[in-house]
Write a protein that binds this ligand. Structure first.
Ligand SMILES: [Zn+2]
Length: 85
């Protein structure tokens, strides 16, 4: 019989079709699993990552909306192309 150290108790924080997020209170570590990717993050790093991803998503949606708008504008109106160089 080897060491009797208690295995970490991972609390499930969230899960989806692509992976899940678990928290280990003993280590103060967030386990992020996405497809075949697995990350162990300190809580503060995880928070920063979450904000960063949320920001990225917002920017991506802005960009997609803007692109769609531009595309429609190109179809309806002859675009004024400004040459900067
Ligand atoms: Zn742990």
């Amino acid at each position: 019989m080897s060491q009797t150290s208690n295995p970490c108790q991972h609390m499930n924080l969230a899960s989806s079709s692509i992976g899940d997020v678990k928290y280990c209170a003993d280590c103060g570590i967030v386990h992020l699993a996405v497809q075949n990717l697995s990350l162990r993050l300190e809580t503060e790093t995880f928070r920063t990552l979450t904000y960063m991803l949320a920001q990225a998503q917002l920017n991506m949606e802005d960009h997609e909306h803007y692109s769609r708008h531009q595309y429609q504008a190109v179809q309806n109106v002859k675009p004024f192309i400004k040459k900067t160089h």
